[in-house]
Design a protein around this ligand. Sequence first.
Ligand code: SF4
Ligand code: SF4
Length: 77
Amino acid sequence: MPGVTIDKNHCKGCELCVQACPQQILSMSKEITVRGYFYAYAHDPSRCIGCMICAITCPDAAIEVHSNGTQYQLFAY
Ligand code: SF4
Ligand code: SF4
């Protein structure tokens, strides 16, 4: 089953992934990170289809998408 993981400490709160997700399952938190940003998280991860649009959109490479047992990572930190 596809899934998405967002590293909140690499998120700068730009909201691009929230706008990009075709399933509209990403939201912005009401808490801030140690860097002072509201971060993105998946509020309904069970509906993720593994399309990777969020990961491709994220300018900070903070998102990883998992699909069918394979972990896709665009960039290593
Ligand atoms: S992989 Fe696709 S469906 Fe899943 S959170 Fe990212 S944009 Fe949304
Ligand atoms: S696109 Fe990346 S940096 Fe922007 S809110 Fe989403 S996870 Fe955070």
